[in-house]
Ligand binder design. Structure first.
Ligand code: BDP
Length: 607
């Protein structure tokens, strides 16, 4: 188990939570001399920096936007004396990609991995009724042993530069909210729920992880606030009569309240919202509460103007409104776990999430999206860095599942995006990753990974690990684009026939397919990059999907245009969005709205 609690911060009778979002102090540390120069006791020459946000896009000079290396954030926070006797900590929603936290100049925490929350306990270093200095040394370098995978190049002028093996800008900083939290010393550290449905009855099984032997009470309330079940003990079952199930695009949430008692005194209380639902794969079906569901939606990114990968309630709200408008029911958190608030909203709106760990770039190429179509091999898993990478990867899976396991919206774990699977050396790696996820997820959700173009029925050595086969396919774009699209379609059908031949009896979904499209270009007849071509490309792809019964979902690449590194294949970013980066529709959005509104939720089911 992880040594710290991943629970989302909440205020209750026993807990306090104060937002530390706002303007922090910030300074680049190009020569990594900050520690030696005592910067944890005050930055010598800071500028203002908003939190949460990526630092990159505020700057008007390129060296700052592209900056790679060490950089510091600093702020002050007041801790009231009333909190004496509690555990005081600073909780970071994330720090990309690694961070060391200092409280009043003393190092208390180091965390690696840019997309997960972590807690820096203030302990004896706290000063009550005073302002406390919080300093964070962050580093955004890409390496062979961290995920996402990439390299850090040193240019002749001495500047470091990010060389990602992936197709999104290496945004960094404190990109999610930071909170000051106060928790009782004896506290609830975690809880887990899983469900069994019977006729007119649901069993909500639970376990509570805490550091006490005192009495634990658990209660469940419906949306009217009426108590519907209670139980006592660290583990137990809450029986709900006539439950209202959590359904796709028709969510119902119960409130779970967990308390530690000593006699009549509440020692700790935590609450959360849960949805009662089951998820499983049976034959070629994805079943939610036993009913087949067809996935309609997107691969997304946390990406928007000015704030980069920073979390924003307004951007999130707009994205959900657009997804509802277009008739989507799902998305994949490509290529990293998103902010916790996204899952909370998906829980409320009834969206299904394929939750992806940041294991992207496990194919040693800066243009893997292109080179995979050419059949290139990079012997990725034969590198000497593989054992260390595996450790990092497993740790990231553990953090993701621990954080997200109770969300009803999470229906599947995506354990890798576009890894190299054409060499046997990938097999033992996959085995460990897939077994580990199964072992730690009590709900035993279906596991998947996104197959790159050259992971084909006869070349892929790893598809057997996947409960849902997820294909990223670009026939008609990277392969046979434009007037050659008919040849692309032929090759596509040939591949699908070969999968059919294998008779895997598992659901297939498309986790990526798409065409770069400029919102400025219209052309009759179409050319690649025009809005007309995007629609033609989609029509061809959907014709193929619709021909195969075992295809049970389509998540187009991408929800919106997003920032990447610059290069000859990207015009100020990836333009495969159905919406622009400003969240306005391209022509294809209206095409999708028509298609998705006409496809039933259980499209292609045997019912
Ligand atoms: C795939 C990647 C995705 C890219 C996409 C593309 O999974 O991150 O953005 O293709 O090329 O290789 O647009």
């Amino acid at each position: 188990m992880l040594e710290y609690s991943m629970l989302y911060p909440r205020e209750t009778v026993s807990r306090r939570c104060v937002s530390m979002d706002g303007l922090w102090k910030f300074q680049f540390d190009e020569t990594s001399q900050g520690v030696a120069n005592n910067w944890m006791n005050g930055l010598p020459n800071p500028i203002d920096m908003p939190v949460p946000a990526s630092f990159n896009d505020f700057f008007t000079d390129k060296e700052s936007r592209e900056y790679v290396g060490d950089f510091w954030y600093e702020t002050e926070v007041f801790v009231p004396a009333e909190w004496k006797g509690k555990e005081i900590a600073v909780r970071f929603g994330s720090a990309t990609h690694r961070a060391t936290v200092y409280i009043n100049g003393v190092q208390v925490m180091y965390h690696e991995g840019g997309f997960m929350p972590f807690v820096a306990v203030m302990g004896e270093h706290v000063r009550y009724n005073e302002k406390n200095r919080i300093s964070v040394l962050v580093n955004n370098e890409l390496t062979a042993t961290n995920i996402p995978v990439g390299e850090t190049k040193v240019l002749p002028n001495g500047k470091k530069m990010a060389k990602p093996y992936f197709d999104f800008f290496n945004y960094a900083g404190l990109q999610r909210s930071v909170n000051l939290i106060a928790t009782p010393i004896e506290n609830i550290k975690d809880y887990t729920v899983w469900f069994e449905l019977e006729e007119n009855k649901a069993k909500v099984n639970y376990t509570v992880d805490s550091n006490t032997n005192k009495e634990i009470c658990v209660a469940l309330y419906d949306e009217n606030g009426t108590q519907v079940a209670t139980s006592i003990g660290k583990e137990g079952v809450l029986i709900v009569e006539n439950p209202i199930l959590w359904k796709v695009r028709d969510a119902y949430l119960y409130k779970i309240v967990i308390e530690i008692f000593e006699g009549d005194t509440i020692i700790d209380r935590y609450y959360d919202e849960i949805g009662i639902r089951t998820v499983e794969v049976k034959g070629t079906e994805i079943l939610l509460n036993g009913s087949p569901v067809y996935l309609k939606g997107f691969g997304k990114h946390e990406d928007s103007d000015i704030i980069g990968r920073g979390f924003s309630y307004p951007v999130m709200k707009r994205d959900f409104e657009l997804m509802k408008w277009i008739g989507a029911n799902s998305f994949r958190t490509s290529h990293y776990p998103y902010s916790e608030e996204m899952y909370q909203m998906a829980d409320r709106e009834g969206f299904l999430i394929i939750d992806e760990v940041p294991a992207v770039g496990l194919f040693a190429s800066i243009m893997n999206f292109l080179e995979a179509s050419s059949g290139k091999q990079t012997a990725f898993f034969k590198r000497e860095t593989t054992p260390q990478l595996l450790k990092t990867h497993l740790r990231a899976i553990e953090e993701m599942i621990t954080r997200d396991k109770n969300h009803p919206c999470v229906i599947s774990w995506s354990l890798l995006n576009e890894p190299e699977t054409t060499d046997e050396s990938a097999v033992p790696y996959f085995e460990k990753v897939f077994e580990f996820a199964h072992e730690i997820d009590v709900q035993k959700r279906p596991r998947t990974f996104a197959l790159i173009m050259n992971s084909l029925p006869h070349t892929c050595k790893c598809y057997q690990f996947s409960d849902i086969i997820s294909l990223n396919r670009y026939y008609g774009w990277y392969l046979n684009g434009g007037y050659e699209i008919s040849e692309g379609e032929e090759k596509f059908r040939k591949e699908m026939d070969a999968w059919k031949e294998l008779n895997l009896n598992r659901p297939f979904i498309f986790t990526e397919y798409g065409a770069d499209t400029s919102a400025m270009e219209r052309k009759l007849p179409s050319v690649m990059w025009s809005q007309e071509y995007q629609v033609e490309y989609l029509e061809m792809n959907h014709n193929v999907f619709d021909s195969y019964e075992f295809v049970k979902g389509e998540q187009v690449w991408n929800f919106a245009d997003f920032q990447t590194t610059e290069g000859i294949l990207r015009m100020n970013g990836n333009k495969k969005g159905i919406f622009t980066r400003q969240r306005q529709p391209k022509e294809a959005a209206f095409y999708f709205k028509k298609r998705w509104e006409s496809l039933p939720e259980n499209y292609k089911s045997h019912e």
